[in-house]
Design a protein around this ligand. Structure first.
Ligand code: UDP
Ligand code: MG
Length: 311
């Protein structure tokens, strides 16, 4: 098998069939062999039955369907897809046709023509989103590249084509809080970037609200950087120095000019200031501890309810 398409699907009832047909159309002219691993990430619409029908209607098309027992998120869906992919090359692609099969073919050709390249990653130069969102994303990349141990390319998507050895490496990373961009960067290998333009979504709506994206960004920072923990130490240190200096200033004012301090205001200021810092730093530490806690429980990354796969 030359290619495995990994397709995470969450409420994509109106997209999966068209996605399948479009991909068939584009790749049938090539002479490659390919399979599909559709991962139904606990959809609440008819995605499951649409996929089952696809599986039954096209018995020769090498379709595998992994049905999750609930929604575990795209990251877990990609992991399940990788586990079930048998191809020598793997393509992670969305079901909504924003990422075109034509681009996937271009990426595969790039892999073929450049034997040294292990992974092709599609990135968007021009984003289809508002200015504010773009600015936020840019700020996120600036920040994470400053503090993380690995490099993140701005605009890089999860739309990737890579060799099986990259898949094996990614599968070895069994962390519960998955952040694909970081994981693919962490495993290394030769990565080439191809520019692409995301299409409009075919049907349905995006599952990423600004709040979900924000949470995801925080998750990415925490997964690949311990800098926030150091922030806690730095802020703690600075505020201690500040309070010592302030103590001496007050002492000197009292001893030399006999100025009395308005006790209540000062106390209130100091208490709120330090309580704020303490809560902030405890919060940061808490975030990491929460993740350690979840990781030591060794929960599986996903639970599959049913897997449709031909022997
Ligand atoms: N997706 C998923 N689980 C989720 C959310 C999304 O499997 O919890 C899938 C979704 O079906 C789609 C892909 O991930 O195939 C990208 O999602 P979406 O199109 O909502 O993201 P966007 O393109 O807006 O970034
Ligand atoms: Mg999309």
């Amino acid at each position: 098998m030359d290619i495995s398409f990994i397709v995470p699907c969450y409420n994509e009832e109106d997209n999966v069939e068209l996605f399948f047909k479009e991909t068939e159309r584009v790749f049938s002219a090539t002479g490659y062999s390919w399979q599909y691993v559709f991962v139904n990430d606990g959809s609440s619409d008819a995605t499951r039955s649409v996929l089952k029908k696809l599986y039954e209607d096209y018995p020769d098309s090498h379709i595998t369907v992994v049905n999750f027992s609930r929604n575990f998120g795209k990251e877990s869906a990609i992991y399940a897809g990788l586990q079930n992919a048998d191809g020598e090359h793997i393509c992670v692609i969305d079901a909504d046709l924003q990422q075109r099969p034509e681009v996937a073919l271009k990426m595969y050709r790039h892999l073929e023509e450049n034997p040294a390249c292990d992974c092709v990653c599609a990135f968007q130069k021009q984003r289809r989103e508002g200015r504010l969102m773009s600015a936020c994303k840019l700020a996120f990349y600036k920040l994470i590249n400053k503090i993380a141990e690995i490099e993140f390319k701005s605009g890089a998507s999860d739309f990737r084509f890579f060799k099986a050895k990259v898949k094996d490496a990614v599968l070895q990373m069994e962390e519960y809080h998955r952040f694909s961009k970081g994981i693919f960067s962490w495993v290394g290998f030769q990565v080439d970037y191809i520019e692409y333009e995301a299409d409009e979504r075919n049907a349905g709506e995006s599952k990423w609200s600004p709040f979900k994206l924000f949470k995801y960004a925080i998750s990415g920072i925490i997964a690949f950087s311990t800098a926030p923990l150091h922030i806690a130490t730095v802020i703690g240190g600075i505020s201690t120095i500040f309070s010592v200096i302030y103590f001496f200033i007050t002492l000197i004012r009292k001893l030399t000019y006999n100025i009395n301090v308005d006790g209540f205001t000062q106390l209130a200021l100091i208490i709120t200031f330090f309580c704020g810092i303490m809560l902030f730093t405890i919060g940061i530490i808490g975030e990491y501890i929460a993740r350690i806690y979840q990781q030591v429980k060794k929960r599986p990354i996903y639970i599959a309810d049913e897997i449709l796969k031909k022997k």
